[in-house]
Design a protein around this ligand. Structure first.
Ligand code: HEC
Length: 455
């Protein structure tokens, strides 16, 4: 189990921020991709199961086009799935280093299930195309006069292909849902540091209420997003799909409008449920604000869809799509904010660890004691909790520095031995700096303060 430990290197607070940014970007790519893959597979299977209604087998054709939607070529799976998955594992392993949390391993398990699912899904997709070839050959054959034995053999292959590809869709969906579930429950776990140590058992993570609720949320969002993407792909201005015959297009339109309206109406519920299951450490004003904006945007999307349905046109397809994609981005960003506040405390541990590590490294390299740089100490130690302009764990430094103007001694004294000052904040832990280091930081802070004051 320690292959992940080997890739982890202690990181400075600065790098940690970068990693958290990388993780956000990764999830913003990975989660919508998984949603559309899951949604289109579910719809495709449903349409495949529907009986032929008329001579025009639209159900079958739509099932095929649906799966092509999320797998239009192989690099999609690679760029939107495989690479983001690997970077997420890496980022979580770094960010949760020094906790004994198994979270990075859970994400790795999700990744393995995802890879297996991909194999099944792509086979399902190609089986469709294979079947097309069989169909093509059989219509050709009616015209030419083939002998009986080739015909029999042909039938055999054709029905074998048929059976296989239905099975593959089912297996693909099963593995994909497990991968989704593992990933979603891991993200949920990342928001709750209280659960990192001691590790909750495998089963209690698997079946925790927040994980189940969020998985349900994920499914709703997947179905809504997929339906809206179908609308966009078929009906945006100058879509190549518009060349299809009208009867088929109105078949697709009916499905896409109805199901996007239906599922997007559930999305506000999803957002509220999502807040209800967030651990209290992760609840910040930003989280509430983002959720509120997301709800308003969903209502706008719903409104567009409703108007189009009522008035029978498709003018607002691009607008509805863009607004809804913004909603998805906000939902994911909200989780990232929540993760940020959840990990604040842990970042202090990591920053301290980095400090020890780099000192050890310097000693090992036999380097001379470097002259202490106030800026460096500030960035690696203090920035875990402070910024100059904004409030983090501690107050913004520009706010507290006026009272230390011209009283550097007092500031050094506070840094060496912090005492309780403002009841609105927790106490600042002693940073264990040496006196010369404290002086260097104090110099640096007052210098920055003077510079900012001049502006
Ligand atoms: C673990 C988080 C954390 C770290 C790391 C941290 N601080 Fe603080 N700091 C706080 C908190 C919380 C407060 C508010 C304390 C209070 O008001 O009682 C604070 C307050 C302060 C204040 C204001 C004191 C006052 O008089 O209002 C200064 C100055 C300060 N910190 C400097 C530093 C410096 C310099 C470093 C780096 C060497 C540092 N802090 C590292 C959490 C931290």
């Amino acid at each position: 189990m320690d292959f992940l430990d080997n890739i982890v290197l202690p990181q400075s607070a600065h790098h940690m921020e970068l990693l958290r940014g990388l993780l956000s970007i990764t999830l913003i790519i990975l989660i919508p991709y998984l949603s559309v893959l899951t949604g289109s597979l579910i719809f495709s299977i449903l349409y495949l199961k529907k009986k032929k209604t008329s001579n025009n087998n639209y159900n079958y054709r739509f099932a095929k086009e649906l799966i092509d939607l999320s797998t239009f070529n192989k690099s999609v799976a690679f760029g939107f799935g495989v690479i983001p998955f690997i970077s997420a594992i890496f980022a979580y392993a770094q960010l949760l280093d020094k906790t004994s949390s198994y979270l990075p391993y859970y994400v790795s398990v999700a990744f393995v299930f995802f890879l297996i699912a991909l194999l099944f899904i792509y086979t399902y997709k190609y089986a469709f195309h294979l079947k097309d070839i069989f169909n093509f050959v059989s219509t050709e054959k009616i015209q030419s006069e083939a002998d009986e034995s080739t015909e029999e053999e042909f039938e055999k292959y054709s029905s074998a292909a048929n059976r296989i590809f239905k099975k593959f869709a089912g297996w693909g969906l099963l593995f994909l849902l497990i991968a989704d579930y593992k990933l979603i429950s891991s993200i949920q776990l990342s928001l709750n540091p209280g659960l990192w140590e001691p590790n909750p058992g495998f089963w209690s993570v698997l079946f925790s209420i927040p994980a189940l609720v969020n998985f349900f949320n994920f499914l709703i969002v997947s179905l809504a997003l997929t339906s809206i993407i179908v609308l966009y792909v078929y009906f945006r201005p100058n879509s190549i799909y518009k060349r299809n015959n009208d009867e088929y297009l109105s078949f697709v339109k009916q499905f896409a409008l109805k199901s996007s309206l239906l599922f997007s109406l559930f999305v506000p519920v999803v957002i509220v449920l999502n807040i209800l299951v967030l651990p209290t450490v992760a609840l910040t004003n930003a989280v509430f604000l983002i959720s509120l904006i997301a709800i308003i945007l969903v209502l706008i999307t719903g409104n567009y869809l409703y108007i189009m349905m009522k008035e029978g046109h498709l003018k607002y397809v691009p607008a509805a799509t863009y607004v809804f994609i913004l909603v998805i981005a906000l939902i994911i960003f909200k989780n990232e904010y929540a993760f940020e506040s959840a990990t604040k405390k842990h970042f202090v541990v990591l920053a301290t660890n980095y400090e020890e590590y780099s000192q050890k490294l310097k000693a090992e390299l036999g380097g001379k004691e470097k002259t202490v740089s106030g800026e460096e100490i500030y960035k690696t130690r203090c920035m875990a909790c402070h910024r100059f302009e904004t409030k983090l764990v501690g107050p913004p430094h520009l706010k507290v520095l006026p009272k230390y103007e011209g009283k550097e001694d007092k500031l050094i004294k506070f840094i060496l031995n912090p005492v309780k000052v403002d009841p609105a904040y927790p106490s600042m832990p002693n940073q264990g700096l040496k006196p010369n280091e404290a002086k260097a930081v104090a110099d640096y802070m007052l210098k920055v303060y003077e510079e900012k004051k001049k502006k």
